[in-house]
Design a protein around this ligand. Sequence first.
Ligand code: AMP
Length: 441
Amino acid sequence: MGSARSIKAPEGTRDLLPDEAAYWRNFQKVAIEVFGRYGYQPIDTPIFEQTDLFVRGIGEATDVVSKEMYTAISGGNLRQLLAGEPLRTNARLSLRPEGTAGVVRAVVQHDLVPQGAAPVKLMYAGPMFRAERAQKGRQRQFNQIGVECLGADAPSIDAEAIVMLMRFFAEIGIRPSSMRLLLNSMGCENCRPAYRGKVRAFLDEHNGELCETCRARKETNPLRAFDCKEPGCAEVMAHAPHITDYLCDDCREHYNLVKELLDAAHVFYEEDPTLVRGLDYYTRTVFEVQVIDGLGSQNAIGGGGRYDKLAEEVGGRPTAGLGFALGYERCVLALQAQGFEFAPVQSCDVFVACVDESLRHEAFGLVQLCRDSGFKAEMDHQGRSLKSQFKLADKLGAARVAILGPDEWATGQVKLRDMGTHTEILVSASDLPNALSRALL
Ligand code: AMP
């Protein structure tokens, strides 16, 4: 009789086993704490949204939307489609490939920034989904933490968010010297179209040297050629016109103020006029944080920028916005490259051991008493000998073992053994939680 074929997690996904799952929760706690100091409050939006939100918000010509979304048509609508009926626009749902579009949709839907109101500052954490070619640091389901600030276009919002992002990376332990912060301005609807035209004309001149993808991109999204990894295209793009030479006065002033504020905060950055980032919604400031070694080509641990047109794209009134997202898995890879390991989860404060089988019921009651008093308590469930109960207690990292023996139990007492010093004291069973408090807290 053959055993059933074993089923593995889908390609590009990863199980977070207990030590790491605990670390991921702690990572989020640090983010809530750090970003909370800057006024950011948590928001949770659905993991899937109407496909149209991403098409309109992120842009149809982006890789994320055109190639990488997981899109589903639910049962009833699928029947409609098969019957040849046209699909309603809300019948198509996609797993979110990023967090910004959903948060902006929620801000518009719930009118979180009424006219004249102070900006709203929101943060999220959770899984994102992109059907990419999986490799180290590039998954199909990955976790991001991100922030969005809507309702203010001041450069101080951009600078504050960048300072905050670098602060977070430092607090989780990524060495500042191992990171570099790249900064650019993408201009606005007034200056970018002319620049985009310049890049298109430049690409036309070099058509013969470009890869097929860049030739196609030239029409839809010429700036994406800056991100092409083909050596020929990279060579061409090294000589392409720079957006920073074409910024309008307002965008230039905005960019200069962001840089001044970063200088004042002693946050070091490198200006990179080729940084265009993959999503269509960015205007003005864009930034990316990369780690210098250990991550290979997937070296961006976070990035973001300003998106002053996005709220309108998803049906809201004009509302300035700025945000960033950081990738949890890549932060872990960066930390591991520095020697970081997950701390084992301490799962047991006290182990209740039985000298003989007849006291199991009493042990069961005592374990509940300890748990109800807030201690992590465990007992054996497999009929082990006393010796192997001790071994198990050790393995679980129990600081104390409460030993139930018939003689002590006859007087309502248990022995409480300190697993560090091997000393034992007698305590009354009903007083065990107090004895543990005195010993452990
Ligand atoms: P993006 O939304 O593309 O700007 O990504 C923001 C951050 O999310 C990146 O800097 C990465 O750290 C992380 N990230 C993006 N795509 C992936 C992926 N496929 N797998 C793992 N992390 C990712």
